[in-house]
Design a protein around this ligand. Structure first.
Ligand code: GDP
Length: 297
């Protein structure tokens, strides 16, 4: 997930830890390299700049340069700053699903992994929390997407709302709500249509569905491999529809993981889950300690 960034950082830190005594200048040089590595991983410029400044303020204090293991001290400061950047006040994995049937709205661009993530989360809710979940696809323009959700549902043992041809997304959302109530479901998940780009129609449709469903959670699924673009997409979705969290997919790929670091600082929205593969169990809650560990290799 962070192969390139990890490699770059371990190069910088290896040199630092081998060096023994460190001058403030040594630390500054190392942190300049950290900044470049962050930017190459597609972390947004202000986030990279703030991050390095924060580390620099702490690392150029006397405690570090006078310590017996100054290099290791710097690594620890970087680790703690990473955790701090990634941590918010909420519990990422705790979905608001009290008051059944609780609606969860899934939004995102086509190909981001939205349908896969809908099924992964449904499975998780069923397996870990014993919830009864109903999934519904609202992608009326792509019958294949509706069928895909049905197939995944059968595979993981989660019900899907029967497909009725010719219905519009708002009607399907209303039917899902009724069905979820009558059927005694704890949660119903609405997998909205995606498009290749954010356009007027996509937003209007998602907003109309949001207004009838009144979701407890609106989760935006974005492709983690797209770096800064993922953050831009999140900013736009949040402005136009309002999201309660982000799921970063394809974090198993060896792309630039910068979105993970920039997302909260730029959009103010937490990353709640990360997708780590195509399999139905390949999803984890977003855990700052674990992510920082992966970044530092
Ligand atoms: P949608 O158009 O947004 O609904 O995207 P899909 O859910 O159909 O996913 C598109 C492709 O990405 C499928 O082949 C998925 O198996 C794959 N995919 C989804 N999430 C992940 C992930 O976290 N890692 C990897 N490697 N592939 C994923």
């Amino acid at each position: 997930m962070f192969e390139n960034l990890s490699e770059r950082l371990s190069g910088v830190f290896d040199r630092l830890t081998k060096q023994g005594a460190l001058s403030e200048e040594d630390v500054k040089t190392a942190l300049r390299e950290v900044r470049v590595a962050l930017l190459e991983a597609d972390v947004s410029l202000p986030v990279a700049r703030d991050f390095v400044k924060r580390v620099q303020d702490q690392a150029t204090g006397q405690a570090v340069t006078r310590s017996v293991t100054p290099g290791q001290q710097v690594v620890k400061i970087v680790h703690d700053a990473l955790v701090d950047t990634l941590t918010g006040s909420e519990d990422p994995g705790a979905l608001k699903i009290d008051n059944p049937p609780a609606p969860i709205l899934m939004v995102g661009l086509q190909g981001s992994g939205k349908t896969t993530t809908t099924a992964k989360l449904a499975k998780r809710l069923k397996d870990r929390e014993g919830k009864r979940v109903l999934m519904a696809s609202l992608d009326v323009n792509r019958p294949a997407a509706m069928e895909q959700l049905e197939i995944l549902g059968r595979q993981i043992g989660v019900d899907t709302l029967p497909i009725v041809k010719g219905e519009d997304p708002v009607t399907i959302a209303k039917r899902a709500k009724t069905q979820a109530g009558l059927g005694g479901y704890d949660v119903y998940m609405l997998d909205t249509a995606g498009r290749l780009h954010i356009d007027q129609e996509l937003i209007a449709q998602a907003a109309a569905v949001r207004d009838v469903a009144n979701p407890r959670e609106t989760l935006l699924v974005v492709d983690g491999l797209t770096g800064q673009d993922a953050v831009n997409v999140a900013t736009e979705f949040d402005d136009k529809i309002g999201v309660s969290g982000v799921v970063l997919t394809r974090m198993d790929g060896d792309g630039r993981g910068g979105a993970a670091l920039s997302m909260r600082a730029v959009t103010g929205k937490p990353i709640r889950f990360v997708g780590l593969g195509e399999k139905m169990d390949a999803i984890e809650t977003f855990e700052p300690e674990r992510i920082a560990g992966r970044i530092l290799g």
